[in-house]
Design a protein around this ligand. Structure first.
Ligand SMILES: [Zn+2]
Length: 256
């Protein structure tokens, strides 16, 4: 058994037995890790208040390679994101980042790029509330590339000709031109505006900020496309609860 001290982001926390919680973390040193926080739901527990998703923490835990769930010993805040947020949509996008990591990443390999991407996206979202949706699209593009499924918005993946307008074919995971589309299959149109935006976004460095223009329409469709693209390449379906909440919210806003 070794003692591990690392920075981490809390992905989710679920009650376990009478008073404990099982906490899913993405750690800087060990990748995705589950820990048990014994007695965390007792009123006087030193863990209370630290285990909510969106907490950026430093943890100390006991690590045993043969165990699936490690034992949390100590936890301290580095930063809590969206602490006083009253906007459900803002929090939902931030939660969607946590949910993506929880669902996209399996196994325990450490990947510091993923950890840094999450921290940078969270910091950006928290201090640029007007660009949260765009930051989430940026996150999806980057996580896709980091996992080895970089999107190509410049050439058709069938005929290799430059793409002007593009279609996404969910059944094959390909981004293609109109000539190559088999319209028997369901296809998703990627509007020119969206293609241009993605090409720019792929090259952006978040620390320098995002382009100061926004997508005109609600971009749930772009997000759906990227999640579907990543799911296809990971080879398992991913449904994100936070996105269902967002889709309902956007629908209600449009109705009003
Ligand atoms: Zn083509």
């Amino acid at each position: 058994m070794t003692v591990i001290k690392t920075e981490a982001l809390v992905l989710k926390s679920i009650p376990f037995k009478e008073t404990s919680s099982i906490v899913q973390l993405y750690t800087k040193e060990k990748g995705k890790v589950s820990v048990i926080a014994k007695g965390a739901r007792r009123l006087k527990s030193p863990f209370r208040g630290y285990l909510e998703p969106l907490s950026y923490v430093e943890v100390i835990y006991y690590h045993k390679p043969t165990r699936e769930i490690q034992t949390l010993s100590k936890i301290e805040f580095i930063q809590t994101f969206f602490q006083n947020s009253t906007e459900i949509t803002d929090t939902a996008y931030a939660m969607a980042v946590m949910e993506c990591i929880d669902k996209f990443i399996h196994g325990h390999q450490k990947d510091e790029r993923i950890f840094l991407l999450m921290v940078n996206v969270m910091k950006f979202m928290d201090s640029n509330r007007d660009f949260i949706k765009e930051a989430f699209i940026y996150f999806l593009l980057k996580i896709s590339a980091t996992l080895g499924y970089k999107t190509d918005f410049s050439t058709c993946s069938v005929c290799k000709q430059p793409l002007k307008s593009a279609l996404y074919e969910p059944s094959t995971g390909r981004i293609i031109c109109r000539r190559c589309a088999d319209f028997q299959e369901r296809v998703l149109l990627l509007r020119d505006e969206i293609l241009d935006y993605m090409r720019i976004l792929e090259k952006v460095d978040l620390e320098a900020g995002l382009p100061k223009f926004q997508l005109a329409k609600p971009s749930i469709d772009v997000i759906d496309f990227l999640v579907s693209y990543i799911s296809y390449h990971l080879d398992f379906p991913v449904k994100l609860k936070s996105l269902e909440i967002l889709a309902n919210l956007e629908f209600n806003i449009e109705e009003k």
